[in-house]
Design a protein around this ligand. Sequence first.
Ligand code: ZN
Ligand code: ZN
Length: 118
Amino acid sequence: MAAENSGTPGIDSTVPPSGAGCGDCLGVGGWWFHLRRCAQCGHVGCCDSSPAQHASAHARESGHPIVQSFEPGEDWFWHYGESQYYDGPALAPPDSRPENQPVPGGNVPDDWKSKLNR
Ligand SMILES: [Zn+2]
Ligand SMILES: [Zn+2]
């Protein structure tokens, strides 16, 4: 499972992100709040405040332990296995969703604020 290019297990800095939004939400007409990018395979998923929590679901199902924020201006990593912030290398661009992309994204209901996980 070691990433060949960075030397850090769980991080492959050569893999670009899978898209600009949560592909799992888009596939089912859902919506997301903030986005997280898998540091190993580039899977872009929604954060734990989002209804479907696809980023952490991906980490559980794939065993890929580390995500980076995919929000503009944020470069922190989170290690699910260790439940702590993490330092990592610069990943293949783009390093965030498009800045002009709406938040929340996807098929957003009017009462989205009441549907966030807290
Ligand atoms: Zn999602
Ligand atoms: Zn992954």
